[in-house]
Design a protein around this ligand. Structure first.
Ligand code: ADP
Ligand code: ASP
Ligand code: MG
Length: 404
């Protein structure tokens, strides 16, 4: 029997009635003749609520204790979903990340999966059971409980799919696939039927929340097909790209084709021009701060840091200030907008088109950076949504016209 891994995000299991609907969808997958593993996120805003609670107790919460706290969210959801499936006559059993064999490195709050030993999951599947796995969590070799970073239930699902040799991994959410931009920001955004791993990974890293970047990286490594779909959708039919997004190896598009626009609001820029760059990075490593875009030219450093998994910002700022004083600045006013597509920088035409578009909208970027898949502008956070809208219009909605 083929194995299917399905992941349901927080909004899909936000209350009892939604949990029951998910249980029904799981049951119909089982009835369609699959072995089913369900990965579940914490209900609704549970993770945010637990984080807020932690901050009330400790403004710079200890990373290990945060993991102990945050993993409770998925544990609640897994047990309730398993009960709901049982209520429908299914034979379900729930497991934590540790029980499912998700082994991670030692890093708390944003751990990486090193290997998956899914023996208990396989045993239960062999018994004909539906296995419900708590997403976003694992256990280190030292038997410490870890979490995989925000949005990490996607990673659990893909890693589980790879370890079990699943036919596909369905990521079910409140949106019916990956769009050309966040449909909440750009109502004219369109669903993209098929995406290559690289394009999807780049969109996710640039802030498209619908799929977690590390999950896509995993899928690419192991050749797992991801079906991004709505929780309310039917089960995938003969062509899952007709009502969702299929992410897999795809023949290349025309180089330079822009597939989407993504943005990230909550970023910090760390700029050190009067302090040597490497000691600044050493301090950030000591505080386990992960950087995104880095530029080190002579001694001048600029680094973009995502706030997503940064829960001890106050302590890090204090450490930077006490060691480097005014030589290091933390800029907390910018956001990042990116246009993504294979071969986007084969010439500078796309960059010039984007810059002209932003200028015409009265938006002045503070920085521009590129990779072979992406052009990113850093700009005033308050204008970020406007930037997404105008770039989407020019790169996705309108036919291309020559850039002067
Ligand atoms: P889940 O809780 O199911 O994991 P998330 O909130 O993590 O859901 O991701 C789904 C959300 O991602 C959508 O509600 C949508 O607003 C947002 N999103 C951002 N960028 C995109 C995009 N390019 N395509 C689709 N959704 C996107
Ligand atoms: N509950 C976790 C979060 O909110 C993990 C996830 O939803 O994927 O980030
Ligand atoms: Mg998510």
């Amino acid at each position: 029997m083929s194995i299917v891994v399905q992941k349901y995000g927080g909004s899909s299991v936000a209350d009892a009635s939604r949990l029951k609907r998910v249980a029904e969808r799981v049951m119909s997958t089982k009835r369609a003749g699959h072995d089913v593993v369900v990965v579940v996120s914490a209900m609704g805003d549970t993770t945010d609520d637990l984080l807020a609670l932690a901050k009330q107790v400790s403004p710079n919460p200890d990373r290990r204790e945060l993991d102990m706290l945050l993993t409770a969210g998925e544990r609640i959801a897994m047990a309730l979903l398993s009960m709901a499936i049982r209520e429908l006559g299914g034979d379900a059993i729930s497991f934590t990340g540790s029980q499912s064999g998700i082994i991670t490195n030692d890093r708390h709050v944003d751990a990486r999966i090193i290997e998956v030993r899914p023996f208990r999951v396989q045993d239960e599947l062999a018994r004909g059971r539906i296995v419900v796995v708590a997403g976003y969590q694992g256990v280190s070799y030292r038997r410490e409980v870890t979490t995989l970073g925000r949005g990490g239930s996607d990673t659990t699902a893909v890693a589980m799919a790879a370890a079990l040799g699943a036919e596909y991994c369905e990521i079910c959410s409140d949106v019916d696939g990956v769009y050309t931009a966040d449909p909440r920001t750009v109502p004219t955004a369109r669903r993209i039927g098929t995406l290559a791993y690289e394009e999807t990974q780049e969109l996710a890293e640039a802030g498209a929340k619908v799929l977690n970047a590390q999950a896509v990286e995993f899928a690419k490594e192991k050749g797992i097909a991801i079906y991004a779909r709505a929780t309310t959708s039917a089960l995938p039919g003969a062509d899952p790209s007709a009502d969702g997004t299929v992410v897999r190896q795809h023949p290349p598009r025309m180089p330079g084709t822009v597939v989407g626009v993504a943005s990230e609001k909550e970023v910090l820029v760390i700029a050190a021009s009067a302090a040597p760059g490497l000691p600044v990075l050493e301090l950030l490593d000591a505080h386990k701060v992960a950087g995104k875009q880095l530029h080190l030219i002579d001694d001048a450093l600029t680094l973009v840091v995502s706030r997503e998994n940064l829960h001890e910002e106050g302590r890090v700022r204090e450490a930077l200030a006490s060691r480097f004083g005014d030589a290091v600045r933390v800029v907390d006013a910018l956001g990042a907008v990116s246009v993504v597509g294979t071969g986007i920088n084969a010439s500078f035409e796309n960059l010039r088109r984007g810059a002209a578009t932003l200028a015409a909208a009265g938006i002045v970027p503070r920085a521009t950076a590129t990779s072979s898949f992406r052009i990113t502008w850093m700009l005033d956070r308050a204008r970020l949504d406007d930037a997404v809208t105008v770039l989407h219009r020019v790169f996705i909605e309108e036919p291309k016209t020559p850039v002067p």
